[in-house]
Design a protein around this ligand. Structure first.
Ligand code: PMP
Length: 424
């Protein structure tokens, strides 16, 4: 069976609403490499969209899941609980930023974690409004979609969004929004649209992911924390994409001097198995009544087993340090191209959460076409890249932090050749 006929079958069988960026049908994968049905090998710098900080099929993750398979695969924690769920909650309570008592719940996807964080914040504050940021991404469920700060393609055609959601601009200096302007917009919102006493939470990605890999300035996060404390608003950090060593610290909030009240986690938490979590201040997490939170598959034993192994690997393989090393090598290589490639507008990102942003060399405007050209040339050469950004002009790098050195160098060579070819 060839990939061509698979593409035809896919088009006939699957909603076009599920967008696809490649037509590579996976056959097998190992750490930072994927082989397709025809035996072609690719280096994977997408990692299932930030899921595989510990690589495809890390041997310790696979061993933990195999062991769990031999014990039980599902009981539903709300019916017959298991110790591994409790232990993982204890580990996340200890690992997440904030020197206070914490509690955790497990769900299955990032969007579900966001939904639950908002439910918990509403229950704890007795308020309903939520503030999010332009360009932010929080998932495709209704509340996730409402909080997401981008209309096309996420909200278009889906009708009325849940109410009491407000957006303010995210501070991105290079796109003309300073930290001060962003804070002024918040204050204007409080004056013009919503009484801060009605606001349950402000939700923020400490580094915007889908929106373009823009880190929130430390001073901004501090100012948000102060504003939240002043008005009794909860601060929710959405660490679905930034968590688990990606930014060179366990969590992106570890780069900030303040802690959130609630944190959402998913993706690399379980190294390729569906698991998500909300961790937060114990008294806030306890606000919903028993039965108000949960779900049939939340905290599935296989995901929990995988997550324990992921946390062990991050520690034992020193992945935070490795992320910093890989990130600085990647950024150096990109910097070395600046003189030759006028389209490069910015190179950024903490740890190994890096991105390169492209503008058209004549107009100096964001160029999604150039970013896409680089992505397609690289794919042709065997390197899977992802774009992102409100303007679609950013290439983001999400390679496994466990990537072998020789494969990393090979990928950098392909990346360099692809950018040069696109610019020629
Ligand atoms: N929040 C953030 C910051 C994300 O990056 C994503 C996924 N890209 C989500 C939430 C939604 O996660 P999921 O796709 O697992 O629902």
């Amino acid at each position: 069976m060839t990939t061509i006929t698979l593409t035809d079958r896919k088009n006939a069988a699957i909603s076009r609403g599920v967008g696809m960026t490649t037509q590579i049908y996976a056959d097998r994968a190992e750490n930072a490499e994927i082989w397709d049905k025809e035996g072609r090998r690719y280096i994977d710098f997408a990692a299932g969209i930030a899921v595989l900080n510990t690589g495809h099929r890390h041997p310790r993750v696979i061993a933990a899941v195999k062991d769990q398979l031999d014990h039980f695969t599902h009981t539903c924690h709300q019916v017959v609980p298991y110790e591994s769920y409790v232990h993982l909650a204890e580990r996340l309570n200890a690992l997440t930023p904030g020197n206070f008592a914490k509690k955790t719940i497990f769900v299955t996807t990032g969007a579900e974690a966001v939904e639950n964080a908002v439910k918990i914040a509403r229950a704890a504050t007795g308020r309903s409004a939520v503030i999010a940021f332009g360009g932010g991404f929080h998932g495709r469920t209704f509340m996730g979609m409402a909080l997401t700060g981008k209309v096309v393609p996420y909200k278009v055609g889906f009708g009325a969004m849940p109410g009491d959601v407000f957006h303010v601009p995210f501070p991105i200096e290079m796109h003309g929004v300073s930290l001060e302007q962003s804070l002024a917009a918040l204050k204007k919102l409080f004056a013009a649209d919503v009484d801060p006493q009605r606001v349950a939470a402000i939700i923020i990605e400490p580094v915007q992911g889908e929106g373009g890999f823009y880190p929130a300035p430390v001073a901004f996060m501090k100012a948000l924390r102060e504003l939240c404390d002043q008005h009794g608003i909860l601060l929710i950090a959405d660490e679905v994409q930034t968590g688990f060593a990606r930014t060179g610290r366990m969590f992106a909030m570890d780069h900030h001097e303040v802690a959130p009240d609630l944190m959402t986690m998913a993706k690399s938490l379980a190294g390729g198995f569906p698991l998500a979590a909300v961790t937060g201040r114990a008294e806030i997490m306890d606000a919903p009544a028993p039965g108000g939170l949960g779900g049939t598959y939340g905290g599935n034993p296989l995901g929990i087993a995988a997550a324990h192994a992921v946390l062990d690997v991050i520690k034992d393989e020193d992945l935070c340090n490795r992320a910093n090393q890989l990130g600085s090598r990647l950024k150096q290589r990109l910097e070395s191209l600046r003189d030759k490639v006028p389209e490069i507008a910015d190179i950024r990102g903490p740890g190994f959460m890096n991105a390169v942003e492209f503008n058209d060399k004549a107009t100096k405007l964001p160029s999604a076409d150039f970013a896409n050209k680089v992505r397609l040339i690289a794919l042709e050469k065997g390197l899977i890249l992802l774009t992102c950004g409100v303007h679609g002009n950013v290439i983001r790098f999400l390679a496994p932090i466990t990537i072998q050195d020789n494969i990393f160098v090979e990928a950098l060579d392909i990346l360099e050749a692809s950018i040069l070819q696109a610019s020629a």
